[in-house]
Design a protein around this ligand. Structure first.
Ligand code: LMR
Length: 338
């Protein structure tokens, strides 16, 4: 049977409406997938980079495609400060900033985790964040409209410059880039250096051009950002720990239907276990690669040298009571001694 143009139009419209209804299936007029933009500032080939892709893979699988995760690594969407603002405005749905960057969110307590030599090793860090410390800190985000989903590990900081830094006096007068924490600012000041906050994406150039003399970071970040190519000496000091908190906008999260939010939480839990399980190895491998590159000389501290750093940085703990509060410090100390 031939249809007139008008009849064809009507039939086509009816057919496409029927197709839509079938595709989206009543009951449950279905929506396009929920898109979650996950912005972060490091390279893909790092614990956080890999963890983000693990979350994407699991989240899309467990929601059966009802959620789509778009990962934007390497400050490709936003730099440090902008991404926090973007989360608050709802322009991005998920971030994994280092906890050193949480003061602008109104949660200075997170900076307690930057205290020098706070965690004896990675196991001590994991125990603390999975226990009372983790709960205490995440609760601080709630009144700010932010929900903390997980802590992600990235190991311990090294420090570098174009001269060897072996004893505390070697820091004297060095301009050191820090990521934002006032606690880190303070421990570098106690060592006689001059800390300066810079966005992560600006560090390589600042080191290369001498805007700053040195920086601190984990091996995986040194390697993937090529900091080791513009720093002649790296001290494997492990003087502080670097970790992230994966955060979302509370309203956005609470507004998700349970059949999406629950599988996303499951995906986040598994991605967290995965990230924590690879962090140490990733950093060890990165350190090996830095060593092999021959671009930067690595210095290990003897126990006596490390002790001298600890003594010089120790006053930061007391100073920090006025910044982060005694409560969080007591929780950390309890975790460390139990
Ligand atoms: C930094 O800014 O130094 C780091 O915290 C970046 C990161 O996310 O590891």
């Amino acid at each position: 049977m031939m249809l007139s143009r008008r009849e064809f139009g009507t039939a086509a419209a009816a057919a496409s409406a029927a197709a839509l209804a079938t595709a989206y299936g009543r009951p449950g007029w279905a929506q396009a997938p929920v898109v979650i933009k996950y912005s972060h500032v490091v390279a893909n080939d790092t614990p956080k980079g890999k963890g983000s892709f693990k979350f994407k893979e699991l989240a899309e699988k467990y929601t059966g495609g009802k959620a789509k995760i778009e990962v934007y690594p390497n400050s490709s969407l936003y730099k440090d400060k902008e991404e926090i603002e973007a989360l608050q405005l709802g322009a991005v749905q998920m971030l994994g900033p280092s906890t050193a960057k949480f003061a602008p969110l109104g949660a200075k307590e997170f900076e307690a985790m930057d205290l020098p030599f706070a965690f004896a090793d990675d196991a001590a860090y994991l125990k603390a964040v999975k226990g009372e410390l983790g709960k205490f800190l995440m609760a601080k985000l709630e009144p700010k409209g932010i929900k903390g989903l997980a802590f992600w590990d990235n190991g311990f900081h090294m420090v570098s410059a174009n001269k060897p830094i072996i004893k505390p006096a070697d820091f004297q007068g060095l301009k050191i880039r820090i990521s934002g924490s006032k606690v880190a600012d303070q421990y570098f000041r106690k060592l006689g250096s001059i800390p300066q906050i810079l966005a992560f994406s600006e560090v390589y150039q600042a080191l290369q051009t001498g805007v700053v003399d040195g920086c601190e970071n984990t091996a995986s970040n040194y390697l993937t950002q090529k900091f080791h190519e513009v720093q002649k000496h790296i001290t494997v000091s492990y003087h502080a720990h670097l970790q992230y908190a994966v955060i979302v906008n509370s309203k956005f999260w609470a507004g998700l239907p349970a059949d999406i939010r629950d599988p996303l939480e499951k995906a986040m839990n598994e991605a967290t276990e995965y990230t924590d399980s690879i962090a140490q190895q990733e950093n060890n491998d990165a350190l090996d690669a830095i060593k092999k590159s021959g671009r930067s000389e690595l210095h290990m501290l003897t126990p006596e040298q490390k002790k001298a750093w600890q003594v010089a940085m120790q006053p930061t703990w007391q100073w920090a009571e006025g910044r982060v509060g005694k409560e969080v410090i007591a929780i950390m100390q309890k975790a460390a001694s139990s």
